[in-house]
Design a protein around this ligand. Sequence first.
Ligand SMILES: [Zn+2]
Length: 84
Amino acid sequence: MKKGIHPTYYSSAKITCACGQVFTVGSTMKEIHVEICSNCHPFYTGKQKLVDTARRVERYQKRLEKMIKKPKQNDKKSKKKSED
Ligand SMILES: [Zn+2]
């Protein structure tokens, strides 16, 4: 390898997942923190899991709950916009 152009290679970099899984890989970063890994990703687990970093799912579910509680507030006839 040419000298001076390659970053330090850590052959046992520590990867820490939000689910608690820790494993080692080769990387140029010594430690990496990830939100999801092969241990907890729904593709591998087969379970439903919401990967919700921006809390969008939570917000949607709240909105949905509201709509279920009072469904006919937003008729076409009443042109008032509902406050959010
Ligand atoms: Zn994980």
